[in-house]
Design a protein around this ligand. Structure first.
Ligand code: SF4
Ligand code: SF4
Length: 445
């Protein structure tokens, strides 16, 4: 990509290339970690920038649009050029009027803003594509099946910045003294990042990574940040969300088997069921007491793990999402798939009215007491070391191209995918000396 001076005073133009996106190690920063270069080897007519950010308490994407609109819009325009799209759409919650107006003022030709309702999970790309275009991605399909590509705000910004991905933006929220959004070196520990938010506001706490709905509980404060960490949520260790996210499978199964009354609420609120997909979590629950039937198992394949059934819909506090997650690999192993035609997929007539407003979700999750802001602040992180995982993307771990004892500078290549394997390049996020381990490369200052 070459940068050219822009005599019009508009943002500089970079000539996009998929090879450059690959070289920079850009992956889906919204959590999926899919290598962007692979996604961009397609031709579609519309690129949708996913700014829906629907996980409660997270503010990263909104803050990037507020403070870094130029590289974001440049990245969006580059991706449109790469995939041959005539149209670019920024899908953002309608409550962010100030940002919508700013985007409308700055948007280049062919780019428009589509305001979205403040509901969960508006950021799920199947739901987003439907809200923006009215089209339904078929079960197991991709946005390109309905002539679109979806990319997260930070991913587009990384493409527009045209430099290796060495840092990550994320929100630190919940039981911290000052919720913030910060830019952190990849590989820094979550404990160091929590300090940037003034530290935990309670003595006994647990940490959820990514968000509260689709969270992974952190096993300790030394867990390193990756290219896909979008949020670090600190909660009192007695909080219901910490308890539920840490519930062992044996507990989920035993209680689910004895307590599910087949009320169907989990299915009736499931956003993918409402989209017309063949998923019915109540049937997966039913199968806990009996042998798992092929139909119930196929159904779980199309679960996006949004957790709405478990955290919001079920009146018995059961965990249909975990049951779906448990059955999914078995369905794959047996080669089961949806046999119907994509044309048979039609959204539920009540879909629009069953959307879950964010305000109600926050109340149901017991998050109302926490400060729901996360302004972007400058924070000078100076870690003594970083631990950069070799697998922080979809696909196979990257193979080191450095050896223990080598000295590197920020932005140097550390690891790359092996020939023919799906993966992404990994770069140094600080200057120092490397130690190559089996699953990570550590850099010490
Ligand atoms: S909502 Fe809960 S109780 Fe009702 S069918 Fe689903 S898992 Fe069972
Ligand atoms: S987690 Fe539950 S609500 Fe979400 S897609 Fe899966 S079954 Fe549906």
């Amino acid at each position: 990509m070459t940068s050219k001076a822009d005599s019009s005073g508009e943002m500089p133009h970079l000539s996009p290339s998929v090879e450059r996106v690959e070289e920079l190690g850009i992956v889906g920063a919204g959590g999926g970690g899919f290598p962007s270069a692979v996604k961009l080897r397609t031709k579609v007519s519309m690129v949708i920038a996913n700014a829906a950010e629907c996980e409660p308490l997270l503010h990263k994407d909104k803050e990037l649009l507020l403070h870094h609109s130029e590289p974001f819009l440049r990245g969006l325009r580059m991706v449109m050029e790469l995939v041959g799209a005539r149209e670019g759409v920024i899908g953002i919650k309608e409550k962010y009027q100030e940002i919508i107006e700013a985007m409308e003022r700055q948007a280049p030709a062919g780019v428009r803003v589509v305001p979205l309702p403040d509901v969960y999970p508006a950021g799920d790309e199947f739901i987003l594509v439907h809200m923006v275009t009215g089209r339904v991605i078929p079960p197991g399909g991709l946005p390109k099946d309905v002539d679109t590509v979806v990319a997260n705000v930070e991913t587009l910004m990384n493409i527009g910045l045209d430099r290796p991905v060495t840092h990550k933006y994320l929100t630190v929220a919940g039981a911290v003294r000052t919720p913030v959004t910060v830019r952190v070196p990849v590989g820094i520990t979550i404990g160091e990042v929590i300090e940037a938010a003034g530290g935990p506001a309670v003595a006994d706490f647990g940490v959820l990574l990514g968000g509260v709905m689709m969270a992974k509980p952190a096993a300790g404060l030394d867990i390193p940040v990756t290219k896909t960490t979008g949020g670090i949520i600190v909660l009192p260790s007695t909080h219901n969300l910490i308890r539920r996210h840490n519930a062992p499978w044996i507990h989920v199964e035993r209680i689910g088997r004895s307590s599910c009354d087949q009320c169907r609420f989990c299915t009736e609120f499931c956003p993918r069921f409402l989209l017309g997909h063949p998923i019915e979590p109540h049937r997966a629950m039913q199968s806990l007491g009996f042998q798992v039937g092929a139909d119930a198992m196929v159904s779980t394949l199309y679960c996006c793990e949004c957790n709405l059934c478990t955290m919001y819909a079920c009146p018995e506090d059961l965990d249909p999402k975990s049951v779906c997650v448990q059955w999914k690999p078995m369905a794959r192993e047996r080669g089961l798939t949806f046999k119907g035609s994509p044309e048979s997929i039609t959204p539920h007539p009540m879909a629009e009215f069953r959307r879950v407003p964010m305000r109600r979700l926050i109340a149901r999750l017991g998050l109302g007491e926490f400060n729901n802001t996360g302004p972007l602040v400058d924070y000078a992180f100076a870690p003594r070391s970083v631990k950069i995982l070799l697998k922080q993307h979809a696909g196979a771990p990257a193979a080191p191209v450095v050896k223990s004892g080598d000295r590197v500078r920020t932005g140097d290549l550390l690891a790359a995918p092996e020939a023919g394997k799906l993966g992404a390049r990994i770069h140094a996020s600080m200057d120092g000396m490397v130690t190559v381990g089996t699953d990570a490369i550590t850099i010490e200052a």
